[in-house]
Design a protein around this ligand. Structure first.
Ligand SMILES: Cc1cc2nc3c(=O)[nH]c(=O)nc-3n(C[C@H](O)[C@H](O)[C@H](O)COP(=O)(O)OP(=O)(O)OC[C@H]3O[C@@H](n4cnc5c(N)ncnc54)[C@H](O)[C@@H]3O)c2cc1C
Length: 324
């Protein structure tokens, strides 16, 4: 169904049929030269837009109220056998919100940046956890099209990027025709599949402040198998040490063990001033994970999740010490 603007219009396929191009009715292009129409009858009048820049994207979102489509790796599985309800705004041609750059106060990761691009970006050590999380998202094919913003806006409790971005103190930038606003990631995701994004907003970037850049960081994911697996638990850690070899900064987050991934603030406090040596893991106890609320599901019991998470946190801390 996704086609390059100006090349073809695709008719919505019947079940089990491949979409095929149909003739292009010229009036459909009037809006801004980027409108496609899916068969009105078969798609209940849904329109497919592929804007080429952010201004067009936010203006079409504000007028159509359509749903954003990026890599589609959450969007299409969520549809199952159904066709999209309402208009679709495919933002994959909005190149200005793609890629990683360095600004005066922040590293800017464009919302449309794929996980492969995150892995390949030259970034300081504190991003090692995020890169490790990126490498664990699905498979290489998924990492080639899945985007940073898609992972955050989908807001799955098992979204692998969230703990790694929480320990980086990341913020999100949201843009609409009304202007831009920023929110800490910790406030942006409010629950299972719930965020603070409004229907007319695009998540244009994740902003990571310049801090603890040389700090060691680690990400560990536990699943029922090595690849293409939804996390049972995952842990991200950033650890900074001072000249005496003691912990001067620690940030720890756990995902898949509550509706939204959480920082372990009590543990972070207890780690401050402690020697950054291979015994660091022994400082972690079950009480540090008391704020988590894991559930029993098909992948694991709540008890197993808690127990496994303590072990993951210990190992992630030890991995940071090993890499300093
Ligand atoms: C086989 C498979 C394996 C997977 N494995 C993992 C895994 O191991 N770990 C993991 O965390 N995820 C996994 N995923 C989920 C998915 O790949 C990621 O969440 C990915 O980052 C989603 O990005 P996307 O660009 O494909 O989002 P899309 O599917 O295009 O969009 C997802 C949601 O975000 C919204 N959206 C997208 N971009 C924006 C934007 N810029 N602004 C506002 N809203 C936006 C869309 O409207 C939609 O609601 C897997 C998916 C598949 C199909």
């Amino acid at each position: 169904m996704r086609v390059k603007a100006g090349k073809a219009v695709f008719q919505a396929p019947e079940r089990n049929q491949v979409a095929r191009p149909v003739s292009r009715p010229k009036w459909l292009y009037k809006a801004a030269g980027f409108v496609y129409k899916l068969s009105k009858q078969r798609c209940g009048g849904s329109l497919y837009f592929r804007p080429k820049n952010l201004d067009d994207a936010i203006s079409v979102l504000s007028s159509s109220g359509g749903q954003i489509l990026a890599g589609g790796t959450d969007f299409y599985p969520a549809l199952g056998e159904r066709l999209p309800q309402g208009d679709v705004v495919d933002i994959t041609a909005v190149r200005e919100i793609r890629g990683v750059s360095t600004e005066e106060r922040y590293f800017r990761i464009g919302g449309l940046t794929t996980w492969t691009e995150v892995v390949r970006a030259p970034l300081p050590h504190c991003f090692d956890a995020l890169k490790a999380a990126a490498r664990e998202i699905g498979s290489v094919q998924i990492q080639n099209c899945g985007t940073v913003a898609g992972n955050l806006c989908n807001a799955s409790p098992a979204a692998d990027s969230v703990p790694a971005l929480l320990v980086l103190d990341a913020e999100v930038e949201l843009v609409s025709t009304g202007g831009a606003r920023r929110l800490p990631l910790a406030q942006f995701i409010t629950g299972n599949r719930r965020t603070q994004i409004r229907g007319d907003e695009v998540l244009t970037a994740v902003l990571v402040p310049h801090q603890s850049e040389s700090a060691a960081s680690a990400f560990l994911k536990l699943g029922a198998r090595k690849y293409l697996v939804i996390s049972i638990s995952m842990v991200a850690v950033i650890l900074e040490t001072n000249s005496s070899g003691c912990v001067s900064q620690a940030r720890v987050a756990v995902g898949s063990c509550s509706a939204v991934a959480r920082r372990l603030f009590d543990l972070e406090k207890d780690l401050l001033g402690q020697p950054a040596d291979p015994q660091i893991g022994s400082l972690v106890g079950p009480q540090h994970l008391a704020t988590l609320s894991p559930i029993d599901d098909i992948r694991a019991t709540a008890e197993y999740r808690r127990d496994a998470s303590v072990t993951l946190v210990r190992r992630a801390l030890q991995a940071c010490v090993g890499s300093t």
